[in-house]
Design a protein around this ligand. Sequence first.
Ligand SMILES: Nc1ncnc2c1ncn2[C@@H]1O[C@H](COP(=O)(O)OP(=O)(O)OP(=O)(O)O)[C@@H](O)[C@H]1O
Ligand SMILES: [Mg+2]
Length: 380
Amino acid sequence: MSDAQALSDRLESKKIVVCVGSGGVGKTTTAAAIGVRSAQRGKRVLVCTIDPARRLATSLGLAGLEHQPRQVPAELLGGSGVGQLWAMMLDQKRAFDEVVLRHTKDPATQRRILNNRIYQQISASLTGSQEYAAVAKLAEIDREGGWDLIVLDTPPTANALDFLDAPQKVADAVDSPAVKWFTGKGSGFGVKALGLGAAFVMQRVARFVGAGLLEDMAAFMVEFNEALGGFRERSREVSGLLRDPKVGFVLVCAPDPLVVDEAIYFYQRLAQYGISFQGFVCNRVRRRAGPPPPSEEVTARLALLPGLQALSPHELADASRALLGSYHDMELLGETDAAEIQRLGQKCGDTHVYVKVPFFERDVHDVVELSRLAGYVLGA
Ligand SMILES: Nc1ncnc2c1ncn2[C@@H]1O[C@H](COP(=O)(O)OP(=O)(O)OP(=O)(O)O)[C@@H](O)[C@H]1O
Ligand SMILES: [Mg+2]
């Protein structure tokens, strides 16, 4: 059985497929390709992507789209009897806001929180907030139901583990002593109960940061109290969902030494988290083409090319040498890539699936190319 067939069999029973991996390795492309192939095989699929390249977004019908699923025109998928492909671009800020809206009842409070400077800052830049938003949205889409398969793309994180740690991190932040103190849930303190000494310190701090900012902060801590419970609850739900057997993780990597190191580490952590791992997608692999033809043959073939016929025999020999030099370099790169994939296999074990996707001549930006790439990932 081919690796692609093996991965396809493993993913067949999954309701959610999550594509994870280091930045820039092809997570979004792989997620879209899995979506395309699964829809072509008759499923009703939602691909939830994060910040795809503009041309990929356009070709999936995602241009100008924010946060709502939109159907990819069926004719793009080709053939008859295909399922449906829907795609949406996750808006991290919106996903964060939705948690607040869900868990704060009073519309006036909702408005005050969403307009609060501190909230805006935190929701945009808290470590892991983007990852948190992605999984929180996933939990919501899953709860609403209606999809045969949801494919989740994940954000480009410096440390791919942020994605798994995010729910816990947000829950920890919510339960941190600082937040408890501000909201008066600690040991009897709170902004309102500041002693004289602390009030003096606050006045001094206000001189530097501006009194308005401090007020925003205090208001935020008090108003946000109600929503905090929502974040905590959602974090538990999301952590549970990631470990559910209906969810399968695909680890996308590239045959680059640093990326392979990260993939090995990430694989080990996935195992520690008790997450259902389905296989590796080794993307942009440069293949070896075998021994080159003799140089006289290369020169003879070059001489037949239109545009090169005016070259002197000496110039043709030079061109042939340069070409063979490049060929040799490509072979070396192919060898290096094969060695890296072998190293990955040695570290992570040979019971896993390692599909290999070649380095395409061009970026993968339309459904035809995605479908071609999907052939390497899930088979024809
Ligand atoms: N096999 C391939 N051959 C050639 N180009 C590829 C291949 N796979 C992906 N690409 C291109 O590489 C670029 C990065 O891919 P992609 O956006 O999927 O990576 P990513 O892991 O989602 O990145 P980020 O971490 O920034 O979200 C894109 O322009 C994509 O078209
Ligand atoms: Mg991406």
